[in-house]
Design a binder for this molecule. Sequence first.
Ligand code: FES
Ligand SMILES: [Fe+2]
Length: 394
Amino acid sequence: MTVTTESTSLRLSGPAGSWDLSACTAPFESAVTLPAVCYTDPAFFAAEVETIFRGDWVCIGRADEVPEPGDYACVDMVGEPMVMVRGEDRALRVFSSVCRHRSMPVASGAGNARSLVCPYHAWTYDLTGRLVGAPEMGKTPGFDAKSVCLPEIRHAVWFGFVMVNLDGQAAPFAPPLAPLETRVAHWRLDEMHSVDHYAFDYPWNWKVMIDNYIECYHHPTIHGKSLEPSMPGRASYFEPEEGPFSIMQMPYRKGHRPTDPRRPGDDAPRLPLIETLSEDELSRGATLQILPTLLVSLYPTHMDYYCMFPEDPSRLRLRKSFCVLPEQMAHPDYQAGIEQTTANYLKYAPEDFGVCRGLQSGLSAGLSRPSRYCPMEVGDWRFAKYVAERVTGA
Ligand code: FES
Ligand SMILES: [Fe+2]
């Protein structure tokens, strides 16, 4: 299959893994978007699972979801069930939840337990993953229970986000993100509590979701009545820092800042402001993409983020979580404020979801073609470049 654009030819033929995506990794001024096959082809998705979801760091949640010893929370990332556990020593660990007997997941959902007991034959694992009980197995010649444990999955906690690297081979997570640390410091992300979660199951490729999230080019059209009046898309800009991330600033329109005593058309209750933010930080929202999948929005009143769990080329489980600081939760306006914040999200998010649905159907059409980028799509270019380089090993 050959995909031709105005200026470039992309060779996509050959066995899985032989995609030539060099036109997507070109400098921004001449690059083109990823071709549709990258959003629809099962072989390309399989390559992404290996090189990105297993080979890089992906977010599975926040450490504050398991605050106390015995707390656990399960997720399934690209078919790999895992459980995040807080041990008696208060250390957070992430294990494969696949039982070492006959592979039944030993836990589901979230809760608190002194041990993880497989629901099938009751093999029992302590909070450090060691097998501490296996009914009747003492009669099995040579079976050494002490040598059995749930495989631990490499993880890192960065400002409260729990990141995992399934193949254990990625470079350390935090060092390349050092330039971001001063950008987020005043939000005190590692002190935040996750207070509200929304789970979605959607029929589009995981990259469609990200492509849409990291540009404001679409705000005047898609969010003309919701976001645009307070946060004009054309005022958005990218910070110059280089690294495996993009930082997009979204200044508020004058008269719509959360600090303004009464914003036009808005008499809804609000979350209390985060007191440690600077004047400048109070004047805008920001979105961070930490490559590949962690999407974080920073506002003067809270942080929210998406966690992504792709299922196949056109199916994505998505979780949106809202996080605030303890002193905000203690404020009398908190309850009304968080309800208004999440209601607002649930009002404008379907605008984006409608776009994602349309994009997936367009990308599945035979006549879809790669395009040049608008200057407001720098984040999309960085992301496409990352995907192309990971998958092709360029
Ligand atoms: S599969 Fe877990 S105890 Fe048998
Ligand atoms: Fe949007």
